[in-house]
Design a protein around this ligand. Sequence first.
Ligand code: 4AD
Length: 563
Amino acid sequence: MTSIEKLSLDDDIPPPPAGTIFVDEKVGVDTQTAGSSAESPVKTAAFALYAFPAAPAYYLKRAEDSPFAPITASALKKAKKGAEGLAKKIKAAEELRVKKEADDARKLEEAKKIVIRNDPSLPAAKSIKIRQATANREIRVKVSGWVHRLRVQKGLAFLVLRDGSGFIQCILSGDLANAYSTLTLTLESTVVIYGIIHPLPEGKIAPGNHELVVDYYDVFGLAPGGDNAISNKVQEGADLSLLLDNRHLVLRGETFAGIFKVRAALLRSFRRVYEEFGITEVTPPCMVQTQVEGGSTLFALKYYGEDAFLTQSSQLYLETCLPALGDVFCVQESFRAERSHTRRHLSEYTHVEAELAFLSFDDLLTHIETLITKTIEYVFEDKEIAEILHKLNPGFVAPTLPFRRMTYESALEWLNEHNVPNEDGEKFKFGDDIAEAAERKMTDDIGEPILLTRFPVEIKSFYMQKCANDRRVTESVDVLMPNVGEIVGGSMRIFDEAELVAGFKRENIDPEPYYWYSDQRKYGTCPHGGYGLGTERILAWLCDRFTVRDCSLYPRFTGRCKP
Ligand code: 4AD
């Protein structure tokens, strides 16, 4: 029952005439759009009289359980006084606003008269990047970049400049601070700044422990202010899809810029380790006519009229390089038409893959764990990166050798002992896939990297070598990391041609397009193995990100291919 219906049942209260203004002192809101109904009342009688002076009646409700009733004469008298006070206050505020606008306009006009210029009597400025600031203190420098932060106050402006190599606080004073260009400067504008970098006095804090005292600057590109200002376009906590539409602007934030610096350091470190291992980098094609990891996640395309796909993995091509170049690796995009919308699946990701010849399964496991520990060690050797990582992931503990080894069958035992069910809600049995949730639960509980080995033939790919002492399982390995799960998938490869043909048959794959792959088993076969590592997954683990999407520059996943 509405308040009005209740009211009409109360014989003592006359029905409110049309145009009555309703006031509820408990739940009302004093705005011009409220008041016209009992369901949307204003809060005070004073406001009701101020905003709706011509209303035929005012109905007031004081407590939650009392009804709306016509305002009493004494309450009306008090409300009139209140309304007069309110009118005065609002008038004064309006006058103040008009005066401030006029003042601001006048100040801007005044500011236009100020001419700032690059004083030719000053020494020529040395052009530097912000990362070179410490080495170039106390001489006149020129630094170009984007306005990252800005605070303009009377006679002084503090500007934090960003150029991708770092941040520097710049101080503008006197005419420079009062100039029109400074008063109208906006975040993300590009500026060229001239001045001298001084170390900070004791007790002050700024990036690099110094500040640039500006003697001249020039605006190169003025960014929009007002509604289109960057701070209105990409607000923290905004809708995720809106942030993804504006990824090009979001990337400028400190967190994302940090992640992508770590990413560059990670790839650099991988390459350094591979160099030390004597492994050669190659670049296999992305457009292919074969599958590697099952047909269901292939992106198909027409290639001059022929059927082709975007590669799921460069593994098969790497295998063909072994006889030519020895051990090889690549850093290449892989594509998976994943239908699942999980936090660790992308449609396009950067795949670090390697293939090694004449080694045992044990050698492969040792190689993988050494690669990961050494790479992480090298990432942290870079002081700037270590600092970024300390902010992104303060609790990070670098993994140490050897990683825990666990077979698929002992993982099933662990899961059953810990009452983690399989995908059908039952106890795990040999042959079951360990789905993402179960794998994550186990990895997070154990809390350290795991080399999970010896998966059944049926749930793995056609090319995997079977274990000599148990032909039901393969010489396969997944590396599992806490908080992320699988970051590496690898195995020894079938090196016997007839066995490979049987693998194609088992998986219903036509062997014809794979003639070049099968030829490896004909023209000097050898024991070999390799692995693929998801760059965005290892980064999510390293940078403590909830999703791999944060670790891809422009993430592609179901329904997202822009910008
Ligand atoms: O386990 P996967 O499918 O193995 C292969 O592709 C092998 N052919 C690699 C090889 O032996 N050369 O994928 C390897 C790794 C996974 O462990 C995971 O880190 C990553 O690639 N990965 C993905 N990352 C993001 N999004 C996806 N959709 C991914 N699929 C796999």
